[in-house]
Design a protein around this ligand. Sequence first.
Ligand code: NAP
Ligand code: MG
Length: 489
Amino acid sequence: MAKQNSFSLKFDTDWQYAPAPESTDHVEIKDRYDLFIGGKFVKPSSNKYFKTINPATEEPIAEIAEANEKDVDSAVKAARKAFPKWSSLAAKERGKYIYRIARLIQERAREFSVIESIDGGKPIRESRDIDIPLAAAHFFYYAGWADKLEYAFPNRKVEPLGVAGQIIPWNFPLLMAAWKIAPALACGNCVVLKPAETTSLTALKLAELIQDAGLPEGVVNIVTGAGKTGAAIVNHKDVDKIAFTGSTEVGKMIQKAVAGTGKKTTLELGGKAANIIFEDAPIDQAVEGIINGIFFNQGHVCCAGSRLFIQESIKEEVEQKLKARLETLIVGDPLDKNTDVGAINSKEQLDSIEKYLKIGKAEGLESFQANVTVPKKGYFCKPTLFFNVAQSSRLAQEEIFGPILAIQSFRTVDEVIEKANNTPYGLSAGVWSDKGSKAFNLSSQLKAGVIWANTFNKFDPTSPFGGYKESGHGREGGMHGLEAYLKIS
Ligand code: NAP
Ligand code: MG
């Protein structure tokens, strides 16, 4: 009886959190943003602009310039022009500029956090405590490497590549910009970066900050627009390297487009991570980790723990605890400091997630949704669990990129390794066990670039990140992240 009580948790209370909205008074957002080329904001040659909206309210926030091939060409030319001086600048001076960017991000962290949440829908707690501090940490970390490249690669000659074209997704906008720009600059390259269409604002604020940091003109160029703008960067003849983070589908198109051109690539693509919980795991800690693994950033995380494997002996207990925990998640206003799950990034993404909810239903899967009220306006999705998902189900095979967890079970270590690896992806995985030997055994057998043990979704600039198989190639972060931006001979 006692055991049953311990996992049929009920939070019998009418107790509510009082709203704790983050203030937006200190935030400055212009009505319209131009392209950042050669150190200046310039109008797009087509004079076309598109709206960026707040996914929590569906209201427009600002107009963003749409860059066409001509604008991309101007940006690449500006980067090329800046390259000789930037790459021959004393390395420690280069480092100072990067430190300055890091410090300015820290100074304006509050403003960046609020804009990230308004433009992309993520909870302010996450942008404030994770996205923005980690973006600053990436600049700090790579600033330190700028004058130590010969120590990173002893007895080798290292040279920058030239102009790097960088294309990023909408799930961690400023953080992905930092992952791309910081190592490229530290290694002496110049860049042309394209943020995602739905979340360009923090990259454009970064452009303003880069102006304030006095970075030489043309070292960083930011061109906004949709997929076509990205394709123009990929196909530009004078780009030496393409660094792409996004979907596997677009990653494959990019790989084809650059084949035979001599352009170097790093591709950080999709994922379908297995989060594996053994019967000897610290269960409550694991439940928290599973919740974080899939509902952090509304599940818009390439390395989200979207497939949960529970050892059969603890299946009932873990599932009960997950349901109970789901009921306590607060879904709603991204700017409220109590919010756990914010808005889905766009209508398009919400439609895609809802398609998977229908697929789960059509497959006859048992499901559980938190009994939470979601705001009527805005793009919201209730956190959802699907139970007894078959290995062949689309819910277990395809990346949903939303707050949906596909739960499976297993009996033996060999069985779970086989199931976990049975996916075209290989970006990340999680193991929950009291036994270090088990965690080490699994980490050597799971085909994934990052494996967390008794934790999940932990990021650090010193640690390399990247995928196997259809999750891409190349590593970002750590010393490995330098290699992606250097010719090493
Ligand atoms: P996406 O559609 O591939 O878009 C990524 C970026 O590429 C966006 O800036 C997009 O522009 C641009 N783009 C679209 N079509 C293009 C083309 N033909 N040529 C060049 N660029 C093009 O991916 P998403 O939906 O934004 O992001 C979600 C995906 O990113 C997920 O699959 C996720 O797993 C992956 N991701 C991976 C990592 C990692 O490190 N492995 C990290 C985060 C996300 P628009 O947005 O303006 O269309
Ligand atoms: Mg937006």
